[in-house]
Structure formats: C-alpha cells, structure tokens
Ligand binder design. Structure first.
Ligand SMILES: C[S@@+](CC[C@H](N)C(=O)[O-])C[C@H]1O[C@@H](n2cnc3c(N)ncnc32)[C@H](O)[C@@H]1O
Length: 280
C-alpha cells in the first residue's frame, strides 16, 4: 500500500524530473541536435581564411546522428559536457545511490577519477534531490591528468599512456566551478587532490556506501580498491566505469576480486560499465 501523502508524491515527481533533466544537461544529450563541431576550412583562398579568423568567426558543422549516439552512450571525450560517462551510467549512479538511501546503508559516496566532475555532480544531485544532509561526496583526482604507466609494477598498464592527453587534465578550480554552475558546491563535497596512491590510503573517509572507480588504468583501479574497499559497507556498491572499455581495468577488477575472495555477481550497466553490491 502506498502510504505517501500527495505532497510527498509530487516531491518525488519533481525530484525525478530534476534528475532526468540534469543527466541530459550534464551529458548535453538534451541539446546535441544543436551542438556543432569546428571544422578546419579546407582549400579556401588564404584571404577568405584570414578574413574569417580576423573577425573571430568559426567554421562549424552540426553533429551527425552517429556522433549524437556516441556521446549519449558515453563512448567519446565530449567537447563541452561535464561528463563522458553517458546516460546509462548516470542512471546507474542514481539507482545505486537511491538504493543505499532506501536501505539505510551507511557511508559516503566516492568517485576516484572525476575529470570535469559530471558523474560526481550527479551523485551530489541525488543527495540534494532527497534533501540528504548527512552524507558527503568525495572526489579523488590528481586534477592534472593520469600518471604515466608504471609497467614494472603493473604490467597490464604497459603501453597505456593516457598521461599524454592534455584533454584529460582538468584543474581543481574548473571542477569546483562546474559544481557551482549547478548550485551543488557546498560542505558536502570534499576534494582529495593528488595521485590515488598518495591520497586514498590516508583519506579521512570513514565508510563508503557507493564507490565509483573511473581511473582507467590497472594501477588506478587497484589503488582505489585496495585503499577503499575495506571501507565499503555491506549493502554498498562498487561501480567500475572502464570494465568493458579498458582491458587493464578489467584485469585489475578480476585480480582484486580473486585476491579478496569477492564472489558477488558483477552486473553489466552498458557497453563498458559494471557494478556489484557488497553482500558480506
Ligand atoms: C576517464 S576520466 C574520469 C571521467 C569522469 N568520471 C566523468 O564523469 O566524465 C579519468 C580521471 O582519472 C584521473 N586519474 C586517473 N588515474 C589517477 C590516479 N592514479 N591518481 C589521480 N587521478 C587519476 C584523471 O586525472 C582523470 O581526471
């Protein structure tokens, strides 16, 4: 029997609309049909090109339907969106957070690997939509990109050098500004600045209800799990963004689960994301 009052039900409907809309804004999926991409003018006479640049004009083209789909599915590094994880993985965040709230599973929410902050912003938004004041969202990142692979220590990372991409280095102030843009920068948001190996083992996090891993590398996945899995509550979730997309990440997950005797089912979210619920 539904015992909620009319005003509680309309609050639920408003929260639902807010979170759906926010997912579509954070991924830009609401506006991708209006999004454009710069193109380099080809074979234009030099004087036309010079005149265009002098006036500060840009030459752009609309997104193709394939590009729209790729961004919605979280398969690309988007030009402007605050997250690259796509709609399905944002929905998974919401489901996991709502599940721990509904079941009273204690702990904070953590993302290791935040980039522009979009997925973490969404975690904070789910708390805000339910007026939850006693849980925090922790953001762990170097805020200057990935470390170069340490193939001696982590052979699975051999050749996986994502440190060379400036697009993956997003500074702390930019991430804070992105939270502020959505009215979600407050004392429930905490930043752990530095390499996971340095920040996570001593992070002042007591318990974790949802741990979201998005650091791509074997090393980053391993460091986050070894520091934080012991703090994940029974009933809490571990979400792995790169399980399908990056072989090294999948290997780290298999190795860690085998080493710790973790047998809970690993469920797939979409073409790359996966998660499990800690049951013991
Ligand atoms: C794929 S991006 C994260 C995407 C993000 N979750 C989103 O919503 O779009 C990976 C991030 O992990 C960070 N990162 C990866 N390995 C790290 C490590 N060992 N220490 C600190 N930061 C790391 C990078 O700086 C980068 O911001």
């Amino acid at each position: 029997m539904d015992t909620s009052t009319g005003s509680e039900r309309s609050l639920d409907a408003s929260a639902d609309l807010y979170l759906e809309l926010l997912a579509r804004v954070l991924t830009r999926s609401a506006f991708l049909d209006q999004e454009v991409r710069d193109v380099e003018p080809e074979n234009w006479p030099r004087y036309v090109e010079r005149a265009v640049r002098k006036r500060g004009y840009r030459v752009v083209r609309p997104f193709s339907s394939g590009e729209i789909r790729e961004q919605e599915e979280g398969r690309v590094w988007p030009d402007t969106a605050e997250t690259m994880v796509g709609l399905e993985r944002l929905r998974n965040i919401r489901e996991c957070v709502e599940s721990v709230l509904d079941d009273g599973v204690p702990g904070d929410l953590v993302e290791t690997g935040v980039w522009r902050g979009g997925a973490s912003i969404y975690m904070r938004a789910v708390l805000a939509a339910r007026s939850i004041r006693d849980r925090k969202v922790w953001l762990a990142d170097s805020f200057r990109g990935l470390p170069p692979p340490d193939a001696k220590k982590y052979p699975a990372d051999e050749g996986l050098d994502l440190s060379i991409f400036p697009e993956l280095a997003v500074g702390l102030e930019t991430v804070k500004a992105n939270f502020a843009r959505y009215g979600l920068l407050d004392d429930q948001v905490e930043f752990l600045v530095g390499w996971f190996r340095d920040t996570l083992p001593t992070a002042p996090i007591e318990r974790v209800a949802v741990l979201r891993l998005d650091g791509d590398l074997y090393e980053s996945t391993w460091d986050a799990l070894s520091a934080l899995y012991p703090k994940v509550s029974v009933g809490g979730y571990v979400i792995v963004d790169d399980f399908g997309a990056i072989k090294a990440c999948k290997e780290a997950i298999h190795d860690f689960r085998a080493a710790e005797g973790i047998t809970e089912d690993l469920e797939l979210i979409d073409w790359t994301g996966a998660f499990w619920r800690r049951l013991r």
